[in-house]
Write a protein that binds this ligand. Structure first.
Ligand code: SAM
Length: 331
């Protein structure tokens, strides 16, 4: 077939150029001949030396498990197009109709994504005080502990024992960018420490509280793994700690119940400090109910609030969003 022949040192530049003009023939291995590289092309290209050559075909690796999974045709449209990856563990949400094919689906994920070693299905919604969910093992190792990398930090955790969502990585980076050196931060619902450990890279001090002993165990391990010495892990109900710490910035990452802890948050923040509040809100009024609660608690305490930024963090349920409200407290 027709090929473009270039010296080795021009290979990468040429490959990009051929891709750009859309003439690189797909499904063939590039050929090396001494000091030259040959690219298969679909038509003549000006400005290059053209030759005839034979190329070996290469199998295209499937990009999605949906290309290889064997399930009946009628349930195929129900296959989710994405799933969460935490470290080397995949967690997929399957509708009931697909649960009988869970093992086949899990094995297809393992085949396509070589770095994944275990696959679980969500067995329930996130629930209870610890905000964890049940998991159903589908394929691969029966292991729930893993090491996840995010925003340049390493986080060890057990996906069955603690809350963790990789979908919040961008939100955590947003807070990191707002954090200023010298600040004291209070992470009221710290979990295994994805905010606390990240912010510790910039802030002076981070108080990180969680009521789940497993979360605090991993938080302590993650402090060591990331060599940060300015995080103070606190195991227990945040109600007992609030008011005893003075923070420039407070993080309230418990969207389901954060409104119940507004008093504690406002008592813990210094005059002029900032609270990052999370909640769930319906499409038609994302922030209004939360704003009203924030204002009402501030009024009871004799404080003033100034709303700084409001944003959707991610979709949560049909027409429901996980939202963030940043506000300043003036005492
Ligand atoms: C939604 S998770 C967030 C964890 C972490 N911030 C993250 O981004 O992964 C909420 C956490 O709050 C903790 N929690 C719930 N009620 C609490 C309380 N009263 N005091 C302290 N922690 C609590 C749960 O154990 C859980 O780890």
């Amino acid at each position: 077939m027709l090929a473009v022949k270039v010296p080795k040192k021009e290979a990468e530049k040429t490959r990009r150029r051929l891709l750009e003009i859309g003439v690189l023939a797909k499904g063939y291995a590039v050929k090396r001949e001494g000091e030259f590289v040959l690219f298969p092309v679909t038509e003549e290209v000006e400005g290059f030396e053209l030759v005839e050559a034979e190329f070996e075909r290469v199998e295209r690796r499937p990009h999605s498990y949906r290309e290889v999974v064997e399930v009946p045709e009628d349930v195929k449209p129900l296959l989710p197009s994405s799933f969460d990856i935490i470290g080397d563990i995949a967690i997929i949400e399957l509708p009931d109709e697909l649960m009988p094919y869970g093992r086949t689906i899990g094995e297809a994920i393992l085949r396509v994504h070589r770095h994944i070693k275990a696959v679980f299905a969500k067995g329930s919604k996130v629930s209870g005080e610890y905000r964890v969910r049940e998991l159903v093992h589908l394929a691969g190792e029966r292991r729930t502990e893993t090491l996840h990398r995010e925003n340049g930090i390493r986080l060890k955790l057990d996906v069955a024992r603690v809350y963790f969502s990789p979908r919040l990585a961008t939100e955590r980076m947003r807070i990191f960018e707002k954090t200023r050196p010298g600040e004291a931060v209070f992470d009221m619902f710290a979990g295994i420490g994805p905010y606390a450990v990240l912010l510790a890279k910039k802030a002076k001090l981070v108080f990180a509280c969680d009521i789940n002993p497993w979360a605090v165990r991993y938080l302590e391990e993650n402090i060591g793994l990331n060599k940060v010495s300015n995080v103070v892990p606190i195991l227990g109900d945040v109600r007992k700690v609030a008011g005893k710490v003075g923070a420039d910035r407070v993080i309230m990452n418990l969207p389901k119940f954060a409104d119940r802890f507004l008093r504690e948050a406002m008592l813990s923040v210094r005059d002029g400090g900032i609270i990052h509040y999370y909640g769930f809100g319906p499409e038609e009024g994302l922030y209004s109910e939360h704003e009203a609660k924030i204002k009402s608690v501030a009024r009871e305490l004799g404080f003033k609030v100034e709303f700084l930024e409001e944003r959707k963090v991610r979709p949560y349920a049909p027409r429901q969003f996980n939202i963030a409200i940043d506000f300043r407290v003036l005492k």
